[in-house]
Design a protein around this ligand. Structure first.
Ligand SMILES: Cc1ncc(COP(=O)(O)O)c(C=O)c1O
Length: 354
């Protein structure tokens, strides 16, 4: 039986009201998430300050540290183990560049390319990347595997990886694991310490602007990564790192940072604060209930994902006519449910599809 999700259970009703103002039902968080009001307003205020030349940049940079700390709490590690950058692909690229010549990587065949091209791009020095169906990933880890790269939740289908099995196989064969949590972090509870590297972009389920990506590194792996993007910001004291040698990098994972895109981080910190206050367990329940309400309406069995992907010819046009935002991926309709969605959104979508 369906249990209606009450949006008001997430936060007191008066607080929830007005946090988001989508133009219509928005079922496309797997493409990009919508900023909650405090994030949007913080960004507008920073832009106004920028335009008016009313402030120095240090306050904007504080948002990077607030976001780094909040992300670390979300994935259960120390802020000192988290590097920040602008994209997933650049952060995966740091790990790919650190692989030895001739390394062997294995990844799912429909993996999002930001977690595939960085490995393939190392091919000229003999790094070999093999792709296999997601369901066979754990069984495909072999004695010669250097690293397993995978997403916690597949972008195209919403399918969850069998992480315990993959990590177990990697440990058994002495392979490293890099997990892309971009389609998971913010609704699916995850622990960075289960893997060697956890990478995530904040602009989807963490409701942040683009340009806010994270790499949580297992502390004993940090020394193996070359800080390829190091500049003044990666210095132990950025304010004492503007000019001249010697190299004086942060001891923490901040040594791997790219200099921050300030405004993106100004928008990220309040969004992460909201996610923390509501709690990932609660968001998980809310999102999966909505996804399963949608699945039930289509006669499908329940699943464990906030993303639903279905073959439904003509669906994209029908939803567009009804003013409902969704996506077409790998030929199917992809809908995704997050904090701002309600049972009424699900019902409107089902009605539009008939
Ligand atoms: C699983 C996954 N990883 C990463 C990204 C974004 O990668 P990048 O930051 O390199 O643009 C996406 C975007 O759709 C994604 O779905």
């Amino acid at each position: 039986m369906l249990v209606a999700t009450k949006a008001s259970a997430l936060l007191p009703a008066e607080e929830l009201a007005g946090l988001w103002s989508p133009a219509g039902p928005y079922l496309n968080t797997a493409s990009f998430g919508l900023p909650p009001r405090p994030a949007f307003e913080a960004l507008q205020a920073a832009l106004a300050d920028w335009r008016g030349g009313r402030t120095s940049w240090e306050g904007w940079a504080e948002a990077v540290e607030a976001s780094r700390a909040a992300f670390a709490r979300l994935v259960g590690c120390d802020a000192a183990d988290v590097a920040t950058g602008a994209t997933v692909s650049e952060l995966v690229g740091l790990v790919a560049a650190a692989l030895p010549d001739g390394a062997r990587v294995v990844a799912p065949s429909v993996e999002f390319t930001s977690n595939l091209f960085p490995w393939l791009a190392q091919g000229s020095r003999g790094v070999e990347t093999r792709t296999v169906p997601l369901a066979q990933l754990a069984d495909s880890v072999r004695a010669d595997t250097t690293l397993v790269a995978l997403s916690a939740v597949q972008s195209s289908s919403g399918e969850l990886a069998e992480l315990d099995a993959v990590v177990g196989a990697a440990r058994e064969h002495g392979a490293l694991v890099l997990l892309d949590a971009t389609q998971a972090c913010g609704w699916l509870p995850l622990r960075a310490r289960d893997v060697d590297f956890l990478v995530c972009h904040g602009y989807k389920w963490l409701l942040s602007p683009r340009g806010t990506a994270y790499l949580a590194v297992r502390p004993e792996r940090l020394a193996q990564l070359t800080p390829l993007h190091a500049g003044w910001w990666a210095g132990e004291d950025p304010h004492a790192s503007y000019y001249g040698p010697p190299l004086r990098l942060a001891r923490s994972a901040r040594r791997l940072d790219t200099s921050p895109a300030w405004f993106s981080w100004v928008g990220a910190a309040p969004a992460l604060d909201l996610i923390e206050r509501i709690g990932v367990e609660q968001i998980h329940r809310h999102n999966v209930e909505l996804a399963n309400r949608f699945r039930a309406g289509l006669g499908l069995d329940p699943s464990n994902s906030a993303i639903v992907s279905v073959e439904r010819p003509g669906a994209a046009a029908k939803l567009e006519r009804a003013g409902i935002r969704a996506a077409v991926r790998a030929g199917g309709l992809r809908v995704s449910f997050h904090l701002y969605n309600t049972p009424a959104d699900v019902d409107a979508t089902l009605e539009a599809l008939w």
